[in-house]
Design a protein around this ligand. Structure first.
Ligand code: 6PG
Length: 256
């Protein structure tokens, strides 16, 4: 039997995508400043999809382009499509064009998954990147992934988050940090890799950005529905010692 979701979530509702993006960019800055102040480094897993684009664009502009401690910020991705980095379907490519080329982040701080590789090679290579980064942060503890300061996630109208799709859960979702996935959604590249719930659930802060009326049912089921993580994978996101914040627009929040 699945336990009810007891991780406290903060839900904030905004009139539109613009206001939501502004709040997300501000939250990104505050997390960055707190993490760098406390630990000297800010580690983030970005998400793909269209919803974070407004936030990426804001982070590329004043005041964020200079106020975010980019030199101490390390970026990973929660999931990636198996396409080359310059393909318009690349999650890295999207963030690169909207944000990374415009801010002073060192190239060595950008830890993208190699979507241009074959699936198994891409999964293995990304797992190695995670392990090496984690080892560099905590040489004493042999962890396979870093404890991210911030994880950005979206939600599909079908209930998927990152590339954890309904009905696709396997033992590997609990035993490996990175797994492959294949799913047709919105005409986007079907072959992907994704971080798994144990990685997300180690994060200090998970931030969901969700907009649009087509997401309302999935938001309500994930947050208030009966526990059914096979159907609603985002119900698996329950950081053991972290916070979850949902930023919604009014349309996505309509069924709460
Ligand atoms: C991806 C994502 C995915 C996304 C949702 C929501 O690679 O496709 O990371 O999980 O966040 O599909 O996408 P939208 O923001 O476009 O609705």
């Amino acid at each position: 039997m699945t336990e009810p979701n007891t991780t406290p979530s903060t839900v904030r509702v905004f009139a539109d995508q613009e206001q939501l993006s502004a709040a997300a960019a501000q939250l990104f800055l505050e997390c960055a400043q707190a993490a760098v102040g406390e630990r000297g480094l800010f580690s983030v897993a970005l998400s793909g999809g269209s919803t974070p684009r407004g936030m990426y664009r804001l982070l590329a502009e004043s005041p964020y382009a200079t106020a975010v401690p980019w030199a101490n910020t390390h970026l990973f991705w929660g999931d990636e499509r198996l396409v080359p980095p310059d393909d318009e379907g690349s999650n890295y490519g999207q963030a690169s064009a909207a944000l990374l080329v415009q801010v002073p982040i060192p190239a060595a701080n950008i830890h993208r998954a190699r979507g241009e590789l074959a699936l198994e090679a891409a999964v293995d290579e990304y797992a190695v990147q995670l392990r090496k980064f984690a080892a560099a942060q905590s040489p004493a503890s042999a962890t396979s992934w870093p404890r991210f300061d911030l994880v950005l996630l979206g939600l599909g109208s079908d209930g998927h988050t990152a590339s954890l799709f309904p009905g696709q859960a396997s033992d590997e979702w609990e035993t490996k940090p990175v797994v492959g996935a294949t799913a047709d959604y919105g005409g986007r590249p079907a072959h992907r890799l994704t971080l798994t719930p144990p990685v997300f659930n180690d994060a200090r802060h998970v931030l969901f950005l969700v907009t649009g009326a087509d997401k309302a049912a999935a938001v309500a089921a994930t947050l208030n529905g009966a526990p059914d993580p096979a159907r609603w994978p985002a119900q698996r996101i329950r950081p053991a010692a972290g916070r979850v914040t949902w930023l919604l627009d009014e349309a996505a929040a309509a069924s709460l």
